[in-house]
Design a protein around this ligand. Structure first.
Ligand SMILES: [Mn+2]
Length: 345
């Protein structure tokens, strides 16, 4: 996983190593798996996973170093590899871990470098995204058919169903799903125990597959929408499609965001968040598609998710896809975006 670029970075920045702890996105990134134990040490000469005797990790490009007595063996390891100056990830570190590192090393924050490194995806990563998105699409289909046969009474029932279906496919949710019906769609967080009723139903959920996170939103309608509601949905969908079409390699993200505002026109005041964000081992990565100074890079994966939130009308709509910007542009989330209208019981 781009370990050669790490070596180059260490050389250029006069660091001896980058040290990462288990259960953090960058750790996941470099082992490309959900293995969650030990300490990772990336050096100019080699890459090491320090683990207790319980584990025997086998990962491409890594050597396992198993400790009997952590303190003693860790010190010996440092001495052997002459590690004094290290980089750490300030975004994902516990206070006690930071203290531990400062005690043994001269430290420098390298989270920005790691974030930039992760922005372009390899084929291997893309395959994981594809699988995550595919699982999400299957779950969406099942939700629609269950709504049709009236299996869900509340928004919370749908969330529970998403979670169970993900587990069945050896995956999990990439974040706590948002399922918001009618006027609930206008607020960011709400109690999900009210009965499903007439109105739009926003479903924003993602799948975590082997460490990689997808993020998709579909908005459907329960009951029969008014002409005005159909019109607003159509507008959001049109903007979403146009923004995907417009996105291209080398484009400033702010340009794309401003384009979406222009398309919203007088309704731009109802679009209250960014247009999208990179995804990967974290749910919000670079690039940020809003008022940011980021650029759409070749081989990046990001969301495009315009929304419309009108508290007066009690209407919330969001449509979100995951897009891969390779030689060709590819929409990874394939669920239909045509407005699905379901009968209420
Ligand atoms: Mn999103």
């Amino acid at each position: 996983m781009k370990l050669s670029q790490v070596k180059k970075y260490l050389q250029e920045n006069k660091l001896d190593a980058i040290v990462l702890f288990a259960k953090t996105p960058n750790f996941t990134y470099f082992v490309q798996s959900d293995f969650e134990y030990g300490i990772m040490v990336l050096t100019k000469k080699g890459n090491y996973l320090l683990v207790s005797l319980l584990y025997k990790p086998k990962f491409k490009g890594f050597q396992a170093v198993r400790w009997k007595n952590f303190k003693k063996d860790f010190k010996a390891f440092l001495k052997k590899h002459k590690i004094k100056k290290i980089g750490y990830d300030s975004q994902e570190i516990l206070l006690k871990q930071k203290k531990f590192l400062s005690r043994h090393f001269k430290v420098r924050d390298v989270s920005g470098f790691l974030e930039d490194l992760r922005q372009t995806k390899t084929k291997e990563e893309l395959a994981k995204f594809r699988k995550a998105c595919q699982i999400g699409d299957v779950i969406f289909k099942k939700i629609i058919s269950n709504l049709n046969s009236k299996k869900f009474k509340t928004e919370a029932d749908i969330v529970k169903f998403m979670k169970m279906e993900a587990l069945k496919q050896n995956a999990e949710m990439s974040f706590e799903p948002i399922v918001a019906n009618a006027e609930n769609g206008v607020v960011a967080h709400h109690e999900m125990n009210s009965r499903l009723k007439k109105g739009f139903l926003v479903m924003d959920f993602g799948i975590k597959y082997k460490g990689y996170l997808s993020d998709m939103t579909r908005t459907i309608y329960l009951g029969t929408p008014s002409k005005k509601e159909i019109e607003i949905y159509g507008k959001v969908l049109d903007i979403q499609k146009k923004c995907i079409e417009k996105a291209k390699i080398g484009m400033k993200t702010e340009t794309l965001y401003n384009y979406s505002l222009k398309l919203f026109g007088k309704d731009a005041k109802y679009f209250v968040h960014g247009l999208g964000h990179g995804i990967g081992v974290r749910i919000h990565e670079k690039p940020s598609i809003g008022k940011a100074k980021d650029t759409l890079l070749k081989h990046s994966v990001f969301t495009i998710e315009p929304g419309y939130y009108n508290p007066k009308l009690g209407i919330g709509i969001r449509i979100e896809d995951d897009v891969y910007l390779g030689d060709k542009k590819e929409i990874l989330t394939k669920s239909t975006k045509d407005l699905i209208c379901l009968k209420l019981r």
